[in-house]
Design a protein. Structure first.
Length: 547
């Protein structure tokens, strides 16, 4: 098969060693990974059923399917993170041990998951070299790690984080890039990417895809799980489709187009109809317009001069009842900081805030924000949103326990009824209401967070990357649910790296760049498009006046 050209060199640091020269002895081509009747059960759930296939070396293999289809379970088994219930896996002709990630890493398998493994208090370079530090004469060498980190940033094509900055202060996108760099400095034969571009802006995605081509050229085998079908069709050599825990189809890239992939992923007549809805506009996000609010209506939220030192400065915005306001811009533009400030998570924030025409202080805690009717759907659903050890019912109901108690005593029946009613709107199956949140797919976890706020009904929802790492079917459900919530009077401020989603949902888009407002696009004045958002972000298009 002809590979895509690797493109121009990414740098001269030569930090990424070719796989063909590895001490593990793998070579380009041939079967590097072989699955033989691999299955995994979680209680009554068959997450993976008799998966049997092989992956050739020096190629990019894409796993696609809906959330819960089995692709991430398959990835976890290969990485040693999940022990299969039955079957065997061979890497470079040797069987890998069950459920032993250290041994799998020694075999040359490196995994990069959606759930980040960053140590927040450590520097960027310390996180990159975590577990494999550089030292001189037995003493940790911070300078050497910093030099190697900066050189690797240059090779990938991204700016290095300022020296001394804690990784916990970085955006999710920046933290994920640290994980990718951590994998690159190891002697990896197989690199597993689980939704690596879900939080990356267009330029960062392009840089990562270039890097994947470079790794493929050097003989490294890449397994790529993604819900972005355009990326899959652009970068993959072979595509494997999962549905209901089964491998339902495999083939070379040339055998697929987006329509075939969506229909194979969904697999029924309803899937055919949904595929048509999703594909006819050329985007993965459906456009379901809600009844647009009156532009002359009183703003329920008005923000003037929002400033968070070092992050955003002088941000103004207004939000009306039932309106969806998008925040557009690149990663690092300050979009998430604005949401965090309104949610009470930025104690250094200053500015003027009005709710229902009454001037109030910018909240200094989540409790204060909730009292003002503001609720945050965070970008990191596992680290900042869900209690993974709790079941789905409790994750929904604990936002307002008073509503499901009598005389101070909680009623599990009322909790279950309320949780099912709130979650069913988002397509969450009632029989899974008792499952632990940690055992649910990314799509179902996101549905729990949305159901939580549907249950306690805030006035304003701050939605940060609401479809991050979500499959195409769940994305349609969540987008449609947000539209319905807005139609019911909920006001929403949304941030998404998928600019098509921002355009599809928003009545207005406030565009940010480097922490400053560069313009406002209004649907009443003209059609909002990703190109207009990008042009406004970089100063190529004059801002439209806010209606």
């Amino acid at each position: 098969m002809q590979h895509d050209p690797a493109g121009p060199p990414l740098g001269n640091s030569s930090l990424i060693a070719p796989a063909t020269a590895s001490s593990n002895g793998s070579t380009r081509g041939g079967e590097v990974v072989v699955f033989s009747e691999v299955s995994k059960r979680f209680l009554a759930t068959k997450a993976l059923q008799d998966a049997s296939f092989s992956l050739d070396g020096g190629m990019v293999h894409a796993f696609v399917g809906e959330n819960g289809a089995g692709k991430s379970t398959c990835l976890g088994v290969l990485a040693g993170r999940i022990a299969p219930s039955s079957g065997r896996i061979e890497v470079c002709g040797e069987e890998i041990p069950y459920g032993d990630p250290r041994r799998c890493r020694q075999a040359g398998i490196v995994a990069i998951y959606q759930e980040l493994t960053i140590v927040p208090a450590l520097s960027a370079e310390a996180n990159v070299f975590l577990g494999q530090p550089l030292s001189r004469h037995g003493v940790l060498s911070q300078k050497q790690m910093r030099r190697r980190y900066v050189a690797l940033c240059e090779e990938i094509g991204i700016p290095p984080v300022p020296e001394g900055a804690a990784a916990g202060s970085l955006s999710v996108a920046e933290q994920q890039l640290l994980e990718i760099m951590r994998a690159l400095i190891s002697d990896a034969q197989v690199i597993l990417f689980d939704e690596p571009t879900a939080s990356l802006a267009l330029q960062e995605r392009a840089a990562l895809l270039r890097l994947m081509r470079r790794l493929r050229r050097d003989g490294i085998t890449i397994v790529f799980v993604s819900h972005n079908l355009d990326e899959v069709l652009e970068i993959a050599d072979t595509i494997t489709v999962f549905r209901g825990g089964l491998v339902t189809a495999r083939g070379e890239r040339s055998a697929w187009d987006k329509t075939k992939l969506v229909k194979e992923m969904l697999g029924d007549e309803a899937g055919d109809r949904l595929a048509t809805e999703l594909l006819e506009s050329g985007h993965e996000a459906p456009k379901v317009p809600h009844a647009r609010p009156n532009a002359d209506a009183e703003a329920i939220l008005r923000l003037e001069g929002l400033t968070v030192p070092g992050a955003v400065e002088g941000i103004d915005l207004e939000l009306r009842e039932g309106e969806v306001l998008g925040l557009g811009g690149l990663v690092g533009s300050g979009r998430t900081t604005v949401l965090r400030a309104l949610a009470g998570l930025e104690p250094r924030a200053r500015g003027d805030l009005w709710i229902d025409g009454r001037k109030v202080s910018i909240p200094r805690s989540v409790r204060q924000a909730r009292r003002l009717g503001l609720a945050l759907l965070p970008e990191d659903r596992k680290g900042q949103g869900l209690v993974l050890q709790m079941d789905a019912m409790n994750n929904i109901a604990f936002s307002d326990l008073g509503a499901v108690s009598r005389f101070g005593v909680l009623s599990r029946r009322r909790m279950a009824d309320a949780a099912v009613a709130a979650s069913s709107e988002f397509g969450f199956r009632p029989e899974r209401i008792g499952e632990l949140a940690r055992n649910l797919s990314g799509g179902n976890q996101q549905k729990l967070l949305l159901a939580r706020w549907r249950y306690c009904r805030p006035r304003i929802l701050l939605a940060d990357e609401p479809t991050r790492g979500i499959d195409i079917g769940a994305k349609a459900e969540i987008m449609g649910a947000l539209e319905r919530m807005a139609a019911d009077g909920l006001s929403i401020i949304v941030v998404s790296s998928e600019l098509e989603e921002v355009c599809a949902l928003s009545d207005h888009v406030v565009v940010l760049a480097e922490g400053r407002l560069t313009g406002t696009l209004t649907r009443q004045e003209s059609h909002i498009t990703p190109s207009k958002i990008m042009s406004t972000a970089v100063g190529l298009e004059e801002a439209h006046a806010t209606a």
